[in-house]
Structures are given as C-alpha cells and as structure tokens.
Design a protein around this ligand. Structure first.
Ligand code: HEM
Ligand SMILES: *[C@@H]1O[C@H](CO)[C@@H](O)[C@H](O)[C@H]1NC(C)=O
Length: 383
C-alpha cells in the first residue's frame, strides 16, 4: 500500500531525482564531476539513497526501525543543529565557541545528544556515523552532504550547494546554542546572529519546515506535519503559518504548540511568531507567494549555514554530485475552505499578496503522503 502510494506520487511529480552528468573527471559507474576529489561523494550518494533514504525518498513513507519515519528530515535537522553550534559571543568572552558545521554532533554524540534540542536524533546520528566511517569522509562534510542529498529527494527543493573538505577534528559544542520552539523572536534572532545568520537567513532557512513534522512536542499527534504538503519544499509553510490559528489538532496543545488553521497540522510557537514579527514578517510574506523565490533564497541560506566555522578557501565545490530535485507541480494557494481574509496581515509595509484559493471542502492533514496528490488533482499546476 505504501509502495503503491509512493509509485503514484513519483508519476505525478515527475521523474525521480538523478545525478547530473556534467563532464569533467570520470568517477566510478561512468559518472563525472568537475573535480576528481569529489568522486568519493558518488559512492556516498549511492549508499545514502539505497540505504538510509530507502530508494531516494523524501518523506514519512519510509519504514525505518519498524515505524513510519523520515530520515531525510532528521538529517536536515541534524545539519542545522550541528552547524548552529558556534557562538561569536562565547569566543569574544574567551571561551570555546564551538566549531559550527564540524560534525561534532556525531563525534561528540555522547555530549550533544544529551541536549534537549537533539531529542529523537540519536538513531539517525548513528546511521550517519556508520556511513562516514565506511567511506572515510569527515563527519562535518557527511552531514551537510546528506542534508543536500536528502532535500534533493523532495520535489520543489533547490539543488543545494555542497562544498567538501571540513576537518574531522572537533570538540563538543557548548550547550544551549540550538534555538528552541518556545523561544521568543528576539531570542531566536539574537542566537542566529551570534552564530552568523541574519533574520533574513532565518526566514529563508525555515523553508525546511515546509517538509517537516514534529514528534517531540505533542506525542498525541505524533509526526503531525508543519504544513499541508510535507512531501514537497514549497511556499505552503509560509502561507499556512500566516493564516489565523483556529483549530486545536490534538486532544491537547503540546509544548510550544499554538492553534493551527488546518485540522491535523502542527503550528510551532516560534514559527507563528516569526511569521508575525515586523523583523521577519515582510520576508515571510514574500516567501508565501513564490515557490521559485523559496528555492533560490533557501539555497543561498543553506550554503551559508553549511560552512559556519569554515574558511571557504579551504573547501572544494562538489555541488555537481548533488542530484537535481524533481520540479514542483503546484502553485502556492490558500488551503480549501479558507480565504484571503483568514491571513494575518503582519508586514507593516505591504499587504499580504493575493493568492488563489484551492477548490474543494476544508482539508484535514494526517501524517501521510496523499496531500500532494490532492493539490495536483485540484489543478494547481505550476507553469
Ligand atoms: C530557527 C529556529 C528553529 C526552531 C525553534 C526549530 C524547532 C524545531 C522543532 C521543535 C522541531 C520538531 C522536532 C520533533 O519534534 O521531532 C523541528 C523540526 C524540524 N526542523 Fe526546525 N527549528 C528551527 C529552525 C530550523 C532550521 C534552520 C532547519 C534546517 C535548515 C530546521 C529543520 C527542521 C526539520 C527538517 C524538521 C523536521 C524533523 C522531522 O520531521 O523529523 N529547523 N524544528
Ligand atoms: C573522524 O573522527 C572519528 C573520531 O571521532 C574517527 O573514528 C574517524 O575515523 C575520523 N574520520 C576521518 C575521515 O578521519
């Protein structure tokens, strides 16, 4: 059943992502890359796609450790939590400020997996460690590579940049550097800035929440998605977090959970507040109406995040090993049953742009894979 749904999806959204053939140095299996040092990453690619990603999958249609799981999402989260482990204020105070995207979440998992923010990431950290050891690549490189490959399995995602050459040496990150879902906008933005990322970067990075779910904040709605299209990277997350919250998806509100606009959807307090704060709401609103803009901005922000703590001059561009994601076949829209008037107008300088309303009765989202099918059937095709 799961397989049938997945096969249908693959037909609807287009061909499965595949590696690019760009000319240059010839690697194993006849593939090529601009730089011979990048060949090893084709082997890592094959390993991840056939292994952890169970056939180049994106979402929760993976059977992982006996239950529905999304290793791609876990890995993207790990990439953020590893990279954000860097602090200019700690360094300025004469303390160890962390090494950024140095793989310390794997090398020092004994310390970092005890941080509350890293709850639920242990099995995936272990799986990544095994892949890194098997191929002799640094853990920092492996994490950012696996995140880029993972996103490439999600229709609508950009082909992320991947630079190789991070040192494998690291110390455990200082505690408390990963922003929390109940943190205020001020706390989140100052932590991100202290790590080297701006308010705009923060908004752009959060496109990752368009392919996300939660399990730790409200176990009663285990793996509830953060938008109605968790199988694709798109604008819907920005639209739906901007709609007024009216519905309690589960029997209770979980930790850092606020009301959402769609039954079954989980809205995180941090996302809710970032959508409405004058420091972030205008950019949030821009992202809400344009899938292509989401792609280009998210790509640039991910490139910045992936090299926190490293000197660009010491890294080699292996981006051509990253598969080209399938194109997205859907336009940004207000979910069925809601209207433009349900959007909070939070940007002080511009009204929320007009969006089409998807036809049909109000939808319910479940931790399942059928939603993109509904959207495509509804005729919301991207030109
Ligand atoms: C900046 C503030 C952020 C906060 C407060 C935050 C918080 C969270 C929380 C609490 C979850 C739910 C985890 C669970 O219950 O399993 C989550 C999920 C996720 N986050 Fe974030 N996040 C932030 C930014 C980011 C960034 C920058 C990325 C990546 C670029 C990211 C990627 C993800 C992904 C992929 C998931 C889905 C995990 C899954 O479905 O298993 N997040 N986030
Ligand atoms: C990276 O460091 C770990 C120890 O944390 C080690 O086991 C592994 O072999 C190292 N990998 C490389 C490529 O040096």
């Amino acid at each position: 059943m799961k397989f049938i749904i997945f096969a249908t999806l693959a037909v609807i959204v287009g061909a499965m992502a595949r590696p690019q053939d760009t000319g240059g140095s010839l690697c194993s299996n006849g593939r090529s890359t601009a730089n011979a040092q990048c060949c090893v990453w084709f082997d890592v690619l094959d390993n991840l796609q056939a292994g952890l990603y169970q056939g180049s999958r994106c979402g929760i249609d993976c059977n992982y450790n006996g239950y529905a799981e999304s290793p791609v999402r876990k890995v993207i989260r790990i990439a953020f939590h590893d990279a954000i482990g860097i602090s200019s204020s700690l360094t300025a105070a004469g303390q160890f400020g962390g090494g950024g995207a140095d793989g310390s979440i794997i090398s020092h998992s004994d310390v970092e997996l005890t941080f509350a923010a890293n709850g639920g990431l242990g099995a995936t950290v272990d799986a990544l460690r095994a892949v890194g050891l098997q191929h002799g690549v640094s853990f920092g490189d492996l994490i950012q590579f696996a995140a880029a490959v993972g996103e490439s399995n999600c229709p609508g995602a950009p082909q992320l940049e991947f630079l190789a050459g991070r040192s494998n040496a690291s110390q455990a990150s200082p505690p408390g550097l990963v922003p929390g879902p109940a943190d205020s906008v001020t706390t989140i933005l100052s932590r991100m800035a202290d790590g080297g990322l701006s308010a705009d970067d923060t908004v752009d990075l959060l496109a990752a929440h368009s392919i996300s779910s939660q399990e730790n904040l409200n176990a009663n709605i285990f793996r509830s998605p953060l938008d109605s299209t968790p199988q694709v990277l798109d604008s819907q997350f920005y639209i739906e977090t901007s709609l007024k919250g009216t519905i309690q998806s589960g029997p209770n509100l979980g930790f850092a959970e606020v009301l959402s606009p769609i039954q079954g959807e989980f809205r995180m307090s941090a996302d809710n507040n970032l959508a409405r704060d004058p420091r972030t709401s205008c950019r949030w609103q821009e992202m809400a109406t344009n899938n292509a803009l989401v792609r280009t901005r998210h790509r640039a922000a991910m490139a910045k995040m992936a090299v926190l703590g490293f000197d660009l001059a010491s890294l080699t561009d292996c981006s051509d090993v990253i598969p080209v994601p399938a194109a997205l076949n859907a336009l940004p829209s207000i979910p069925p049953g809601l209207t433009q008037g349900d959007l909070d107008n939070s940007c002080p300088t511009a009204p929320f742009p007009n969006l089409p309303v998807a036809p049909g009765p109000a939808i319910t989202v479940a931790p399942a894979v059928t939603l993109i099918v509904q959207r495509v059937v509804a005729g919301l095709a991207e030109p």
